[in-house]
Each structure stands twice: as structure tokens, then as C-alpha cells.
Design a protein around this ligand. Structure first.
Ligand SMILES: [Zn+2]
Length: 164
């Protein structure tokens, strides 16, 4: 009986954690993903991994700019919304566009967290927590391995009309 519940739980967990991979606008084969990403990036982005804290190249702000999804290039975050949370992971108060991110309930590791992924290619990004600063009170805790930074002269999202 315990085994039955364990198996049942496994399937529910899968359903809970995994958005339908076929539903994302951008589709790549596993071989294409492995060719595109380093093994570490693949582990984090495609297998729901987490990088160690305090390894982010973005810890010291590289400048003003846009952080895009490494999997598909979709702009996800602005340096305008980045802040130092002290956690050791890049932290943002909001995405550039709410539609660019999807969320699922993550019950792994004995916690209930809100997982964040790219809405275009489905790659795992990190988690969002309700303990961030103003103006949103949210903390988007994102793996640096999932992001590609592009420096811009004027990344201010509101001035570019990016916030929706
Ligand atoms: Zn993406």
C-alpha cells in the first residue's frame, strides 16, 4: 500500500512540477538542447537544477542591461529590477514582462515553492518568493547559468515600455 501511494505521489508530483513540454512555442530536441548548453546549464535549465550560491558572474553588477533566457534569447529581466538579496543568486523584483515567465508549484526537497520558467522555451530559471523589496514584494531568485546579459545604454524597462 505504501508503494502504491509512493507511485501515485510520484505521478502527481510529475504532473505538478512539469509543465507540458510540448506546449511551449519554442521546441528543441534533447540533442539540440545538449548541443546548445554546457552540461551544467543543461542540468539546471532542463533538469530543474540549482547552481551553488555565490557563483554568479552578475554578483557585481556588470552594468546596465537586459538579462535574457539562455535557451531562446527572450528578454526576462532588467538590471533596473535587480537587487542584492544576499542569497548568492541573482535576484530581481519583477520580470520585464509577466508573460515571459511561467510558474509551477514545486514540492521538491520537502518544500512548497513557486518554480519559474521561461514561457517561450520552458527552461527552468529558478523560484519566486514573497519576501522581496518594494515595489512588488517579490524575489525572483534566478540561476545565473540560465541568463545571458546584454549591456544596454538605457535598460530602464519603464522608459522602454517593457513593463506590462
Ligand atoms: Zn527561453
Amino acid at each position: 500500500m505504501m508503494l502504491f501511494y509512493a507511485i501515485l505521489g510520484f505521478f502527481f508530483m510529475k504532473a505538478d512540477n512539469q509543465p507540458d513540454p510540448a506546449a511551449f512555442p519554442l521546441q528543441r530536441t534533447e540533442a539540440e538542447w545538449r548541443a546548445l548548453l554546457t552540461p551544467e546549464q543543461y542540468r539546471i535549465m532542463r533538469q530543474h537544477g540549482t547552481e551553488p550560491p555565490f557563483c554568479s558572474p552578475f554578483a557585481d553588477m556588470p552594468g546596465n542591461g537586459i538579462f535574457a533566457c539562455r535557451g531562446c534569447g527572450t528578454p526576462l529581466f532588467s538590471s533596473d529590477d535587480k537587487y542584492n538579496s544576499g542569497t548568492g543568486w541573482p535576484s530581481f523584483t519583477r520580470p520585464i514582462d509577466k508573460q515571459a515567465l511561467g510558474t509551477t508549484i514545486d514540492r521538491r526537497h520537502g518544500m512548497v515553492r513557486t518554480e519559474v520558467h521561461c514561457a517561450v522555451c520552458g527552461s527552468h530559471m529558478g523560484h519566486v518568493f514573497p519576501d522581496g523589496p518594494e515595489p512588488t514584494g517579490l524575489r525572483y531568485c534566478i540561476n545565473s547559468a540560465c541568463l545571458v546579459f546584454t549591456e544596454l545604454e538605457n535598460p530602464k524597462a519603464h522608459e522602454n515600455g517593457l513593463h506590462q
